[in-house]
Unconditional design. Structure first.
Ligand SMILES: Nc1ncnc2c1ncn2[C@@H]1O[C@H](COP(=O)(O)OP(=O)(O)O)[C@@H](O)[C@H]1O
Ligand SMILES: Cc1ncsc1CCOP(=O)(O)O
Ligand SMILES: [Mg+2]
Length: 238
C-alpha cells in the first residue's frame, strides 16, 4: 500500500486510501478515479468495496480492478466475479493467471504470480475484455492491452519487476490515475503502462547490480523524474 501511494504521488497524482464504508460517497465524489485492489480483503471490506464501486458508477468515476490471486484461490475468483457482475468497470489489470481465471480459461496460477498455461495470452485478454465490456491490461514480459478488439503490446521490461512485490499493484493504481485524467480508458491504460514499464527498465539499466531491495525505492524515484521526452525516447510498443 505504501509503494502504491508513494509511486502515484511521485508521478504527480494524489492518492487516498480508504477502508470505511461511511466515507465512501464523500471519497468517490472528490476523486477522479477509483482503483480497487483485491490483494487482501475481508467480507466486511467486500461490502465497503461494493459500496465504493456503486458510488463510482453513480458519479461516473472510472474504476480499475486489480484481481490479485484470483486464479489461485477459488474463493477470490467467486468474490471478484460477484463484484464484476454488479458494477461497470473501466479497466481490469492482472497477470496472465488472474486474467485467465476471470475469462474462464484453465490456467495453472501460482499465488500472486502469473503461473503457467498454454492458452493464447491475447485471446484470453480479449475474451475477458468482451465478457466484462472493459479494457484489459494483461501484464507479463510483454504487457498486452486490449479493448476486446484492438491490441497494443508494450515491450519495455525488467526481471526486477517480478522480484518486487507490489509492481502489479503500482501498475494498476498508475492506470487508475491516468483514467482520472483521460476519458478513454484504452488510451489511459496504454499511457500509464508504457510510463511504468519505461521507468522500471531505466532503473534496471542504471543499477550496477540488479538487486530486488533497492529496485522498489529507485522505481519510485524514477516515477518522480520520468518525463514525456524520456518515455518517447525509450518506449517500445506496437
Ligand atoms: N516476466 C517478466 N519479465 C519482465 N517484466 C515483467 C515480467 N512479468 C511482469 N513484468 C512486469 O511487471 C509489472 C507488474 O506486472 P506483473 O508482475 O504481471 O503483475 P503482478 O505483480 O500483479 O503479478 C509490469 O510492468 C510488467 O510489465
Ligand atoms: C503479497 C501479497 N499478498 C496479498 S496481496 C500481495 C501483493 C501482491 O502484489 P503484486 O501482485 O503487485 O506483486
Ligand atoms: Mg498482482
Amino acid at each position: 500500500m505504501q509503494d502504491v501511494a508513494n509511486g502515484i504521488n511521485a508521478l504527480g497524482a494524489s492518492p487516498i486510501m480508504s477502508e470505511e464504508q461511511n466515507e465512501a460517497e464523500a471519497m468517490v465524489k472528490m476523486c477522479n478515479s477509483v482503483t480497487i485492489n483485491l490483494g487482501a480483503f475481508t467480507e466486511p471490506q467486500l461490502e465497503q468495496i461494493a459500496t465504493v464501486c456503486a458510488f463510482a458508477n453513480k458519479y461516473q468515476k472510472p474504476i480499475v480492478i486489480d484481481p490479485v490471486a484470483v486464479g489461485a484461490v477459488e474463493y477470490r475468483t467467486e468474490r471478484c466475479n460477484e463484484l464484476l457482475d454488479q458494477i461497470d468497470v473501466s479497466v481490469i489489470r492482472g497477470n496472465a493467471g488472474e486474467v485467465a481465471a476471470l475469462a474462464d480459461v484453465a490456467w495453472n496460477s501460482k499465488g500472486i504470480d502469473a503461473g503457467e498455461g498454454t492458452g493464447d495470452l491475447e485471446d484470453i485478454a480479449k475474451k475477458l475484455a468482451k465478457k466484462r465490456d472493459c479494457v484489459v491490461v494483461e501484464s507479463g514480459k510483454t504487457d498486452i492491452i486490449t479493448d476486446g478488439d484492438a491490441v497494443v503490446r508494450i515491450f519495455n521490461e525488467t526481471d526486477l519487476f517480478k522480484l518486487h512485490v507490489g509492481s502489479g499493484d503500482m501498475l494498476s493504481s498508475t492506470i487508475g490515475c491516468f483514467c482520472g485524467v483521460e476519458k478513454d480508458p484504452f488510451e489511459a491504460a496504454q499511457t500509464a503502462t508504457v510510463i511504468f514499464d519505461v521507468a522500471g527498465e531505466l532503473v534496471a539499466k542504471s543499477m550496477k547490480q540488479p538487486l530486488a531491495g533497492s529496485f522498489g525505492p529507485q522505481l519510485i524515484d524514477e516515477l518522480h523524474l520520468v518525463d514525456v521526452k524520456t518515455v518517447e525516447k525509450y518506449a517500445q510498443y506496437e
